[in-house]
Design a protein around this ligand. Structure first.
Ligand SMILES: [Zn+2]
Length: 466
């Protein structure tokens, strides 16, 4: 009996020891995982980032005299979630921008419903990095405090932008000025020029009838003294624009036409395009207009090959609160990838929600590159899965990252989000024994910096060392 009692005690002690050993091992493994993630995150903090896509604007370009939290909110992606939650679309600039209590009354509820979204999360991250902001959510009170700081920072915008840019870890941003597409002069200390080509394609069929005042691209051409009577005149002016941008050290071409039409660009003969151009623009059917546009985009691809400019293309999710998502399916670009092996096509945004299609294109075509730009803000969790699938399928010398934001707080938050996506994806691979830390560091460097320098030939184009 006594032996039996001792035996029971022995079993109990062994069991307890087993539990504590198991708990200790679990705890150690958790700590190791956290260390791997933190090591990669720390490594990414040391990378001087080449950001392949931004829309940074000065406050005066928005027409702001001073800037508060609500001014910024009105320009964020987050505001689209606020509208999506059911808030009636309001013009934040005219609804009493200085009445912060009234604004919280209007926006606070819808804003709270978005507290779990990536649009919200990355916006918070920007303030955590650049301001003394430690909360996870915006409240009526902390917004007041933030607004005071924003007001002071934006009272000297250039100095604030420069210090935030450096604190965030940027070395260069590619600037796509879709709101001012013919402006080829940019602040070259922070930006590399992008040639936004939407107008060349979409406005070809806005040719003024005789006696009509030219507008859009025809107005630009007439102001520069270019005749636009013949189809070749039009192409000649487009070539002139290419040369203007090249002279100002443009690093790539950008097409975001999925916001306006399908990504399907069928082949069109020169004769067909010329005869459509010669018809009065107002008489062209939608199909005829698109046919003419298709020719122009093919012409632009040929010029981009001639001038050695990679072509960035918006694919997938469309910002805002109403559009035709099916226009942005990356599969529609397939014929271009086959036809132009010498071009460099850079697909944007993970093609969300067609992320596997996006990855498959990068895998199949040597002339297709994959940019994670904006995907971490659309869905952070999807970005983790997408990067994992990209690493599974595609050599990592073809990946880039960009922010895609209108002001520095949001770009900073988007970089913080992207770093966490890269660290999470890579650390899981290390934990599984599929990757060494050295290779993980190489991948991170490539995504945030080196691929952009190499593929866009930044040293050669910008005439400086990176
Ligand atoms: Zn963009």
């Amino acid at each position: 009996m006594k032996n039996y009692k001792n035996f029971k005690r022995f079993l109990l002690i062994s069991f307890m020891a087993g539990i504590s050993t198991f708990a200790f091992q679990e705890c150690t493994i958790d700590n190791q995982k956290a260390d791997i993630y933190q090591n990669i995150l720390k490594f990414t903090d040391g990378i001087k980032v080449i950001n392949t896509h931004e829309h940074q604007r000065r406050p005066d370009e928005f027409g702001f005299d001073s800037v508060s939290f609500y001014h910024l909110l009105g320009q964020t992606y987050l505001f689209h979630d606020v509208v999506s939650s059911g808030l009636q679309q309001l013009n934040i600039q005219t609804s009493g921008i200085n009445d912060v209590y009234k604004l919280w009354e209007q926006y606070g509820g819808p804003l709270d419903y978005s507290r779990a979204t990536s649009y919200y999360g990355h916006f918070v991250k920007g303030f955590q990095k650049l301001y003394d902001f430690t909360d996870l959510s915006f409240t009526e009170t902390n917004i007041l405090h933030l607004s005071d700081q924003i007001l002071v920072n934006y009272s000297n915008y250039s100095s604030w932008f420069d210090s935030a840019y450096n604190k965030a870890g940027f070395e260069l941003m590619f600037l796509d000025q879709y709101w001012n597409p013919f402006n080829s002069q940019v602040d070259t200390e922070h930006y590399a020029l992008v040639f936004h080509i939407n107008q060349l394609v979409m406005e070809v069929n806005t040719r003024p009838a005789s006696g009509e005042t030219p507008h859009s691209i025809y107005k630009e051409a007439s102001e520069e003294g270019f005749a636009m009577d013949e189809f070749d005149d039009y192409l000649n002016y487009c070539d002139h624009l290419f040369n203007t941008y090249l002279a100002r050290k443009a690093v790539c071409v950008k097409n975001s036409l999925a916001y306006s039409r399908s990504l399907k660009y069928e082949e069109v003969s020169y004769e067909t395009a010329r005869s459509l151009f010669e018809k009065p623009s107002a008489s062209l059917s939608r199909v005829e207009s698109e046919t003419l546009q298709n020719f122009i985009f093919h012409w632009i691809i040929n010029k981009s090959i001639e001038y050695d400019l990679p072509i960035q293309i918006h694919t997938g999710y469309l910002a805002g609160n109403s559009n035709y998502l099916e226009n942005s399916n990356p599969l529609d670009l397939d014929n271009l990838f086959v036809k132009y092996p010498e071009a460099k096509f850079v697909l944007f945004h993970g093609g969300y929600p067609w992320t596997s299609e996006f990855v498959a294109m990068g895998k199949m075509f040597p002339n297709v590159y994959l940019d994670l730009v904006w995907l971490p803000q659309i869905s952070r969790e999807k970005a983790v899965l997408a990067l994992d699938e990209m690493l599974d399928c595609v050599p990592y010398n073809k990946f880039f990252w960009g922010g895609d934001c209108a002001f520095i707080e949001e770009s900073t938050g988007s970089l913080e989000f992207a770093k966490s996506v890269v660290a999470e994806t890579l650390s899981k691979r290390i934990e599984r024994g599929h990757l060494t830390e050295d290779v993980a560091f190489d991948i991170a460097k490539r995504i945030f910096r080196e691929n952009a320098i190499e593929v866009f030939k930044l040293e050669e184009k910008l005439g400086r060392e990176f």
